[in-house]
Design a protein. Structure first.
Length: 366
C-alpha cells in the first residue's frame, strides 16, 4: 500500500493517513464579524477523510486581515462559530489545526479603519493585490498601499495577539495551530531582506530577521505547548514581491531554532504554478538533517510525487490544496485511482454553497 494512506502520528495525535488538507482561503464567513458558520462546518466535514486538516488562514486581530470574509478566532462569536467545524472534522476521524496569520503589508485601509497596514518596513509590495468585496458578494482585486513601519510596541502587541488567538483556537476545539510564516505575509516579510530594511534588532542579520518568528513561536508555545504548534514557511516562493537572495539560508537557520523548540511540525509551502522552480534535492536533504520532527510538504503534489518524497524521507505528510476543493473525497479518489473533478476557479473566493459544498463525490456521480 502507498505510504500516503498509512496511519501515522503527529506528536500525541493519531492520524488516519498521511494526507493533509492544505489551508485554502475560501472567504465564506458570516457577517458582520467574520464568523465561521454551518456551511463551513459542512465543507470541512466533507473533506475530513484526510489525516490532518489545516484550516484556512485565520485572523488573530482586527488589523491582521487582508481579504474580505476571511475568518478570525479571537472573539467569542468566532470561537463559537469554529466549534461545529472542529467537531465535524473530529467526528470523521481527522485532526485539525488552525492556521493563524497576520497579513502585514498585504492589506488595505478598508481592513484597517482607514489607517495604513503595518509591516517590518514602510515598503509597498510591488504588483500585489488583495480581494475586497463590495458588500454585495462581488469582489475585486485591489492594489496594496505603502504600509507603516512597525514600532516595538506594535511588535509586542502582535506577538501577544498570536498567543491569545492560539489559546482561543484550542478553546474552539482545534488540536493545535499553524503559524503562517510564508507566502509574503507578515512573518515572511520580517524574514526577507527585500521587505525588511529595519536597523534595529529585528532587521539586518539572519539572527535578527528570524527574531520576530521566534518571538511569536515562543509566545504560542508558552500559551498552548510545543506539541500543538506548527509553522509554515515558503523558502522558494517569491510572489507578492518577496524575491530575497538570502531566504534559503535564513529558513535553514530558522529551522534549527524550531527544532530546538521541539514544535509539532514544519509545513513547507512550495510553488504550485506550471513553471515553478524545482526544489533542489540538496535543500531537502539539509532540511531533513536539521529538522527531524514532522515535515509537511504542499505544492501540486500527485500521488506519485507524494510517495517519492515520503519514501525518500524528505517529508512525513503531504498536503493537497486545490484538488481538495473540487474533490471532497480526494483520499478515496487517490487510493482507488479515480479521475479527479475539475475546479471551478470562479467560485474560489466568496459566494455561497455553489463551488463550495456542492461538489459531488465519485460515488455520487457513478
Amino acid at each position: 500500500m502507498s505510504k500516503l494512506f498509512q496511519k501515522t502520528h503527529l506528536k500525541s495525535l493519531d492520524l488516519q493517513n498521511r494526507v493533509v488538507m492544505a489551508p485554502m482561503t475560501r472567504a465564506r464567513t458570516s457577517q458582520p464579524g467574520n464568523v465561521p458558520n454551518e456551511m463551513m462546518a459542512t465543507y470541512y466535514r466533507q473533506r475530513a477523510t484526510a489525516g490532518l486538516i489545516i484550516s484556512e488562514a485565520t485572523q488573530i486581530s482586527d488589523d491582521s486581515q487582508g481579504y474580505s470574509f476571511t475568518p478570525g478566532v479571537y472573539t467569542d462569536e468566532q470561537v463559537k462559530g469554529w466549534q461545529p467545524v472542529t467537531k465535524a472534522a473530529h467526528d470523521q476521524g481527522a485532526a485539525i489545526f488552525c492556521q493563524l496569520w497576520h497579513v502585514g503589508r498585504v492589506s488595505h485601509p478598508r481592513f484597517q479603519n482607514g489607517e495604513r497596514p503595518i509591516a517590518p518596513s514602510a515598503l509597498a509590495p510591488v504588483e500585489t493585490k488583495v480581494w475586497i468585496s463590495d458588500g454585495k458578494g462581488n469582489g475585486n482585486m485591489v492594489d496594496c498601499i505603502q504600509p507603516r513601519e512597525m514600532t516595538q510596541t506594535d511588535i509586542e502587541r502582535v506577538v501577544k495577539d498570536f498567543a491569545f488567538s492560539a489559546k482561543r483556537a484550542v478553546e474552539a476545539g482545534f488540536d493545535g495551530v499553524e503559524i503562517h510564516g510564508g507566502n509574503g505575509y507578515l512573518i515572511d516579510q520580517f524574514l526577507r531582506t527585500n521587505s525588511n530594511k529595519r536597523a534595529d534588532n529585528y532587521g539586518g542579520t539572519r539572527k535578527n530577521r528570524i527574531r520576530f518568528l521566534l518571538d511569536v513561536v515562543d509566545a504560542v508555545i508558552e500559551a498552548i505547548g510545543a506539541d500543538k504548534v506548527g509553522v509554515r514557511l515558503a523558502p522558494f516562493i517569491t510572489f507578492k514581491d518577496m524575491d530575497c537572495p538570502d531566504i534559503v539560508p535564513t529558513i535553514l537557520e530558522a529551522s534549527k531554532e524550531l527544532q530546538a523548540r521541539d514544535i509539532a511540525y514544519m509545513h513547507l509551502s512550495e510553488a504550485d504554478w506550471d513553471d515553478a522552480p524545482v526544489i533542489p534535492e540538496r535543500f531537502r536533504i539539509e532540511l531533513r538533517e536539521i529538522f527531524t520532527n514532522t515535515i509537511i510538504v504542499a505544492g501540486s503534489y500527485t500521488q506519485e510525487r507524494a510517495d517519492e518524497v515520503l519514501t525518500k524521507g524528505y517529508a512525513d505528510l503531504v498536503a493537497f490544496g486545490r484538488p481538495f476543493v473540487s474533490n471532497p473525497d480526494l483520499v478515496s479518489r487517490l487510493k482507488n485511482d479515480y479521475a479527479l473533478a475539475d475546479l471551478d476557479g470562479a467560485t474560489l473566493f466568496g459566494g455561497n454553497e455553489h463551488g463550495y459544498i456542492d461538489y459531488p463525490t465519485f460515488s455520487e456521480i457513478n
